[in-house]
Design a protein around this ligand. Structure first.
Ligand code: DX5
Ligand code: ZN
Length: 222
């Protein structure tokens, strides 16, 4: 079930940092760029102290987006909405370990909807909690900032966590991907990938740049 096609890192720009008044323009820019996925940050104001966007935005963009939607659910009890995110066009649905009453059941539900399933852990959550679920997921999303806002500083301890998950995956001979989210830009993407990341999310680094396309290109060119 490995869905990474080459040795280059997958780059998944987060549209959270886009200017929503010009969302179509930013989507077209990402379509033309070397970005691999679109990272979609959904926040409920309960799991995280912020509210982002939900189904109406996804339905409006799904027909113009030409790449997989990598949906990151920062919401409590995400199992309630898995089907609707599938219907809204998600290719990957990632839920938080901390937000699920029954994680295995939620992952199975995502798979039964025909979507790739990811599990995410917050910066303060140890990687050991992943051991049991690892064989069942397609992706592990390691948060390298406290979820809720774009534009925060990368937490350096995340590098160690990437290495730990990488080791768990190779020890068990598994095929799931490691994605890292928060505070990643041209200054640190190389060490994140060297630590073992297969995919990186970038919000502020892409959208606050004068040339977002060249930041994306440079992030892939390692
Ligand atoms: C944080 C989100 C991230 C964030 C990434 O809650 O999950 O995806 O928007 O943005 P940057 O790259 O600006 O940290
Ligand atoms: Zn995210």
């Amino acid at each position: 079930s490995r869905f990474k096609l080459d040795t280059m890192a997958i780059v998944s720009p987060s549209i959270l940092s886009s200017n929503f008044a010009y969302l179509q323009k930013d989507i077209e820019m990402l379509n033309e760029s070397e970005a691999d996925w679109f990272h979609i940050d959904v926040m409920d104001g309960v799991f995280v102290p912020n509210i982002s966007f939900g189904f109406p935005i996804l339905h409006s963009i799904r027909n113009i987006v030409k790449k997989p939607l990598d949906v990151h659910l920062m919401i409590v009890n995400p199992e309630r909405y898995v089907e609707r995110f599938r219907d809204a066009g998600a290719s990957i649905i990632t839920v938080h370990y901390e937000a699920c009453a029954d994680l295995k059941r939620t992952i199975d539900l995502i798979h039964s909807c025909g979507v790739k399933a990811g599990v995410s852990i917050n910066p303060e959550t140890p990687t050991a909690v992943l051991r049991e679920i690892l064989p069942c997921v397609d992706l592990v999303l390691i948060m390298s900032v406290h979820p809720g806002f774009g534009g925060q500083k990368f937490i350096e301890d995340s590098l160690q966590k990437i290495c730990e998950v990488k080791r768990m995956i190779s020890e068990e001979n598994l095929s799931c991907l490691i994605e890292v989210d928060g505070g990643i830009g041209l200054g640190n993407v190389e060490k994140v990938v060297r630590a073992g990341a297969d995919a990186v999310v970038a919000g502020a680094a892409v959208f606050s740049a004068e040339s977002p396309e060249s930041v994306i290109r440079d992030m892939k060119k390692l």
